[in-house]
Design a protein around this ligand. Sequence first.
Ligand code: NA7
Length: 547
Amino acid sequence: MTQRDRTTSSPDSPVDVIVVGAGFAGLALLRSFRDERGLTVTVIEAGDDIGGVWYWNRYPGARCDVDSTDYSYSFSPELDATWDWTERYAAQPEILSYIHRVAELYDLRRDITLGVRVTEAVYDEQADLWVVRGDDGSVVSGRYLVMATGCLSAVKRPDLPGVEDFTGTVLHTADWPKDKVDLVGKRVGVIGTGSSGIQVIPEIAPVVAELVVFQRTPTFSVPAHHYVLTDADRAAIRTELPARRERLRRSSTGLSVPANPRSALEVTDEERQAYYEEQWNSAGFGFLLAYSDLLIDQAANDTAADFIRGKIAERVDDPATAALLSPRTYPYGAKRPCVDTGFYETFNRPNVTLVDISASPLVKVTETSLHTTTSEYGLDVIVFATGFDAMTGSLLRPDIRGRGGQPLRQHWASGPLTYLGLASAGFPNMFVVAGPGSPSLLGNVMVSIEQHVEFLADLIMSSRAAKTPVIEAEPEAEAAWVAHVNRLAQGTLYLAAASYYLGAEVPGKPRVFMPYAGGLRRYRRECEEVAADGYRGFRRTSTAEGN
Ligand code: NA7
């Protein structure tokens, strides 16, 4: 039987759990639900191999931007004992190798169907089963449906007239070809300066003939301080790993950089500058934790933003280019901040040009060129580093229908409605891992994923044990959670930026702040309280057939 044949199991032979997506979340769910809880699980994955975003984002320079040690599973000392990271921030091929190792160690592939994109999932109220269809015509049914489809996986391709007429090569960082792309001596245009653009730009600049960077909004980036781990580094990591994992689990961010509890405004200017300097030289992504009020107080934020702008001015030779690269229209951290290795210095190269497309927007592509309102740029390759339809894209692209055939797209027409970020009223037994309404993208997503997997496994097992396997968020609990998530965001500077946290990345998307901004620690506590209170907010019943 081929992997693909497995999904053609009829709705008469349902599995316990259908998981959509075989990235970090899907694999963790499969291992936990199948091997620890004894459930039957089938995982459906659109890619031709496992890995999720780490399968698709194969662009040069792609790597994680939190420490690899923290960006890995914590569930197994056995796994930790068999794996050593080679670099502080692992590159995409190494992360994929890690994922393959996990799949091998736990024999995960036998329950994963590759190369099938889920197009539809419908709740059958008579049978209390989810019926899931793939783009190959296959159908699977199961009691529970868990969407492990990722927050940043629905690729966003700007609607630019004429792209299909371009005779050169068109690429997207999030859907990079498997075969090596030869950029040597080419004229390359990169659109987008988010995390992906910031990684790909310095990597390709030395080999291309010309690099034109089309920037709509400048990004705050701090040095990654990337390095190759030595044997001594690895030995030290190994020794402290159990304590480090526990610290991460209990932290607000899931990062190993300690959060400074002090306000940026309670110290002298000299003290603050010295501390920023120290953090700049080591913290990487953790620079955002330099002071406790950077994301809640504009004056505090200004001190960090000014510091970073000062550094950009030092790193970029041409003052006009430095000014263009310096964000001024939103607070530091209100859009996902970046870490980089030589991003700003890349603009000192003679073959690199920065084009401000906020002043002169892109208008069209012709056979040989990319046009802005004021200029034409002849190119051999166009790279879209334009990101994703974030958080909700992967959940709304398939047609998901709950009770009474209600589409999730309709229920979420004004923004995602969830209870704990895990479940939505009217969609019994459907769960989302690390999605909207949970901390997800605001911390180390690996920590969020593992917390959700544990919570869901406990919820499902306890509901089955009580013979009430149909689990549904109560509408009142959902409304209260959405209000709570909104309130948490109100107290922050997140609302001051047109970010993908807010749905601003896709024209017409509802402007709702989607992640839970109260931090991982508080979120975990709230989930624990819900569980301790008999899973308050979830209605749990027997099936229509009385099972
Ligand atoms: P991001 O962070 O969403 O960045 C996308 C970039 O592309 C950003 O600079 C956008 O500018 C730009 N963009 C998006 N759409 C357009 C259009 N239509 N025209 C011009 N420029 C555009 O995605 P990434 O892939 O870089 O990173 C995603 C995550 O991966 C990151 O957050 C980390 O978690 C890892 P804008 O700011 O919208 O003006």
